[in-house]
Write a protein that binds this ligand. Sequence first.
Ligand code: GLV
Length: 296
Amino acid sequence: MARLDAACTVDRYAGEGSMPRDEMIARLPGKLAMVSMVTDTVDAGVVSAGTDLRLIANVAVGYNNVDVAAAKARGIVVTNTPDVLTDATADLTLALILAVTRRLGEGERMVRRGAWKGWAFDQLLGMQLRGRQLGIVGYGRIGKAVGVRAEAFGMTVAHVSRPGSGARDSGLDRLLSTSDIVSLHVPLTPDTRHLIGQTELARMKRSAYLVNTTRGPVVDEAALAWALRQRLIAGAALDVYEKEPEVHPDLMSLENVVLAPHLGSATTETRTAMADLAASNVIAVLSGQPPLTPVT
Ligand code: GLV
């Protein structure tokens, strides 16, 4: 904010959560740049209200919340915040993998409700990572960073790069049926919406875990709840949901599911770097320079 305040006049939303759509539309005319968060839906209607807009600086690596085509059609640049959040998101993915395979949430709930009766030889036995296969769906910056971490834990890594592009993907099918943990790192696009549904979950090993740190709609949440109830997979760890902050009620009551509140990039260092990068994009474009991290 200090960098933006020094460079331009800022109209800041001071309310709770995200700015209501009507207010966004009312406040956009006359603005040259917009800084948006993942929770702001910048659809074609909002974009067209930005009659003077030159830039939409989304403070996230994912930009499914912005209608990029509508922006481009009006000559508006869209930027995101790649790279600076790769480590934080990969770290959180490993935290979720460890939490679900070592039953950390279950154990913590037991301690907190006073149900822990003391150490027991066969208590809350989980799955060890060494020698297991991690299947990475979406082998971009974050997927690769997760792979490096997984190898340090002694896991083998399998990956598919661009699944979900129409016809059934044999690479994805093989990865799903052979992996002990499947971790999702594809962006949300029309091709990856519900990439993981009943068919895909049924392909996974009964002993396998699903981890999602990308976008909720990549997984059909109702199908996931069904697969967990049917014991088609062993568990799931989620950081993102189809209709945040709502969580499918069945997932809430299952012990073998770890539920995090969209924390992928939530470290002080990373959020500072994301904010700084978004500010740099605004300052660059408003001063006639090319953006640092345009969405292409
Ligand atoms: C957060 O969800 C991001 O895409 O950066």
